[in-house]
Design a protein around this ligand. Structure first.
Ligand code: UP5
Ligand code: MG
Length: 198
């Protein structure tokens, strides 16, 4: 009736799968296929950081050193870059690739963006396979050398598990066996999205 305050409900679509998995497990490769098949906006945290280095931003030197050491860039820097990309995109479906690497990353993302992922895909890949793939990539990345790769693997082992456990407990985690051809692996990824309200 008149004079009564309106009752407003915002209904927003969010669909935020996150892709975890160690260095070289094939996250970027599978993301390209998910984009082609399911129409997501792909946000690679590592790519956003490398772009920031290339643009000579105020954090560029710090980010470059951190990546060379295989360490994790301060959460706020990474989350702000992801947030900026999400806000400037027309899409409401985001594939956030290579993030969160740590519990602190995860908490910062939730705090700063207020959003949570609907799904988390984890690529399970043996270390020797990751090393082989990264070393044969040949894209000139400063961190694709055996010294940095070993550091990246140590950081991954030390910090990733709590993130995986967190999402597993919430029933959001899909584990994919990342050994096989690109297409074989994608056939495990496809059903994760099939039938979902995207
Ligand atoms: N390849 C892919 N699939 C294959 C298959 N099935 N069989 C055979 N070969 C396969 O694949 C790697 C290589 O393997 C490619 O040559 C590919 O053709 C081949 P790719 O899809 O590129 O693997 P990906 O998992 O994306 O590997 P990447 O090296 O990108 O993973 P990282 O997680 O290490 O790198 P990222 O760019 O995410 O991060 C780099 C650094 O940025 C981090 O080490 C860290 O220092 C920093 N960072 C942060 O600080 N915070 C963040 O949140 C994110 C990154
Ligand atoms: Mg990648």
């Amino acid at each position: 009736s008149k004079g009564k305050a309106p009752f407003i409900t915002f209904v927003l679509e969010t669909f935020l799968p996150k892709l975890s998995g160690g260095p070289g497990s094939g996250k970027g490769t599978q993301c390209a296929k998910i984009v082609n098949n399911f129409g997501f906006k792909h946000l690679s945290a590592g790519e956003l950081l490398r772009r920031e280095v290339a643009s000579n931003s105020e954090y560029g030197a710090m980010i470059l050193n951190t990546i060379k050491e295989g360490k994790i860039v301060p959460s706020e820097v990474t989350v702000k870059l992801i947030q900026k990309e999400m806000e400037s995109s027309d899409s409401h479906r985001f594939l956030i690739d290579g993030f969160p690497r740590t519990e602190e990353n995860r908490i910062a993302f939730e705090k700063i963006t207020g959003a949570e992922p609907d799904l988390v895909i984890f690529f399970d890949c043996p270390q020797e396979e990751m090393v082989k793939r990264v070393l044969s990539r040949n894209e000139g990345r400063v961190d694709d050398n055996i010294v940095t790769i070993k550091k990246r693997l140590i950081v991954f082992e030390a910090l990733n598990l709590p993130v995986i456990n967190y999402y597993s407990k919430r029933g959001k985690l899909y584990t994919i066996n990342a050994v096989g051809t690109v297409d074989e692996i994608f056939e495990q990824v496809r059903p994760v999205f099939t039938g979902k309200q995207l």
